[in-house]
Design a protein around this ligand. Structure first.
Ligand code: SAH
Length: 461
């Protein structure tokens, strides 16, 4: 039996769903962060539970054939990336297997009974994020302004000179804000004391338009010499919007309610596919628009629309999928819990001259059953839709919603998911209630991390 502090040499045989290496010691699984499948490593046992334990990677004895040098010097510490030391091909294999495993083991579907399409990877697995949001502070014990991330559960900021996942313009804008702060003696906010002005710096860049937005989240309503900030930032090509977001609360919620625009109209414009979006500092917007386009393109393809269909888009957010679908369907009905997202969805529909999309605010598991109950006697296309599309958060769909979907009996259900385990759980429910899994496809939206998106098509038996 293993004990805490035991040191041993192990071979990593598998990967856990959060990207840890797994070694088996006489059948007992040890989870080892930063180890990858194929490594032989010296490890030290940190924690022993009844059925599994955790160990720390001490030294790699023989590296895995899939091991590569991480390009980011703080990859292990930061925690944003879990797989930087794995080649991108191996990351894709890991993710493809993760989705399939979940479908087979939790979803109880057999590989022979559905089409499993090869994972869609990224052309460029770095520099893909369109948004960065970093806290600013002083380097510990100095008055030097840095930005980075909070180390563990502390108020100390670890410096990130460059994030390899972000578009290079993000760092350029961030550096410009820090140089303004130095020049104009602007203080960073101190989480421990609640003093100081600048809390976070948010930057977004439109990949298709090149437009850039900078928002300083401040503990107050004004900054010294705003004209200097504007002058410095305007040197960056594409600078379109500069604003101040007021957050004077002692909270770890990043954005406050009020935003003051000091340059531009308060938004940038970008496209996913040929759909245009106006993005303000508070708006939700996909961080990897290039892969989102591929993922939602697949969802659209799976829906197989001809122009006559009525489609529900549940968990619709700002309506990205809804608007994609609306161009090919007769009518789309979107449901989303966040009122601001629905306001954005409506605005985006108008911006794209889309008039056949209707949006509802509320929980999908409440709005859809209530709508169905009220209108089912009419037996309209809205209560008997052709397609229902869902894109829930990690916890998946509520069973009340799934059972209503089954009653509404659409020919097709397209399920977009950011968590293979809950996707598989819901696929199991649907396949036990009259549906058949036809196709599944994983799409990598977040290279270097363990996250994987997938989209599946179910059809009525
Ligand atoms: N397809 C969307 C993103 C979906 S992410 C887009 O492209 O914008 C999941 C969404 O579900 C989030 O917008 C979240 O606010 C919403 N949500 C979470 N719980 C919900 C619920 N119970 N009912 C409806 N929407 C919910």
């Amino acid at each position: 039996m293993l004990q805490k502090n035991d040191e041993l040499t192990v071979k990593i045989e598998d990967m856990g769903s959060s990207g840890e290496g797994i070694a088996k010691v006489d059948g007992y699984p040890l989870f080892i962060k930063d180890a990858i499948v194929g490594d032989v490593a010296e490890v030290k046992v940190m924690k022993v539970n009844a059925s599994y334990g955790f160990a720390r990677l001490m030294k790699i004895v023989t590296p895995s054939a899939d091991r590569v040098q991480a390009c980011c010097p703080i990859a292990r510490k930061c925690g944003g990336c879990q797989l930087q030391e794995m080649s991108y091909e191996a990351q894709l294999r890991f993710k493809e297997a993760k989705v399939l495993n979940a479908l087979e083991r939790i979803g109880k579907v057999s590989r022979e009974d559905f089409e499993y399409l090869p994972i869609i990877g990224m052309d460029e697995p770095f520099c893909y994020r369109n948004k960065s949001q970093f806290p600013v502070g002083y380097r510990k014990g100095t008055k030097e302004i840095i930005s980075g991330f909070y180390a563990g559960r502390t108020h100390d900021i670890m410096e990130t000179k460059k994030c390899y996942l972000g578009h290079p313009k993000l760092d350029e804008a961030l550096d410009a804000v820090k140089s303004y702060m130095r020049e104009c003696h602007v203080t960073p906010y101190d989480e421990a004391t609640g003093k100081g002005l600048v809390r976070h710096i948010l930057v977004r860049v439109g990949f298709k338009t090149g437009q850039i937005m900078v928002c300083l989240i401040i503990n107050g309503r004004k900054i010294p010499q705003p004209e200097r900030l504007i002058a410095i930032l305007k040197k960056i090509e594409g600078m379109t919007s500069i604003s101040l977001n007021v957050n004077t609360e002692k909270t770890n919620v990043i954005l406050g309610k009020e935003t003051l625009h000091i340059f531009g109209d308060g938004f940038i414009t970008d496209y996913i596919g040929d759909i245009k979006f106006q993005i303000s500092p508070q708006s939700f917007y996909q961080v990897n628009p290039q892969q989102t386009e591929k993922l939602y393109g697949k969802a659209l393809q799976f829906a197989g629309l001809t122009g006559k269909e009525v489609v529900w888009d549940l968990y619709c957010g700002i309506g990205t999928i809804s608007l994609f679908l609306a161009k090919k369907a007769k009518k789309v009905l979107g449901v989303e819990i966040v009122p601001e997202a629905i306001a954005d969805a409506k605005r985006n529909a108008a911006l794209n001259n889309i008039t056949n999309a209707e949006f509802f605010v509320g929980k999908a598991e409440e709005v859809v059953p209530a709508y169905y109950k009220k209108h089912k006697a009419e037996a309209s296309k809205e209560t008997r839709p052709d397609v229902i599309c869902v894109d829930p958060p990690r916890k998946g769909c509520d069973e009340v919603l799934l059972s209503t979907m089954v009653e509404m009996a659409p020919e097709k259900i397209v399920y977009v998911s950011c968590d293979p385990a809950t996707l598989a759980r819901d696929v199991k429910y649907l396949t036990e209630h009259g549906y058949r899994l036809v196709k599944a496809q994983a799409v990598d939206q977040f290279a270097q991390s363990f996250h994987v998106e997938s989209v599946v098509l179910l059809s009525r038996k």
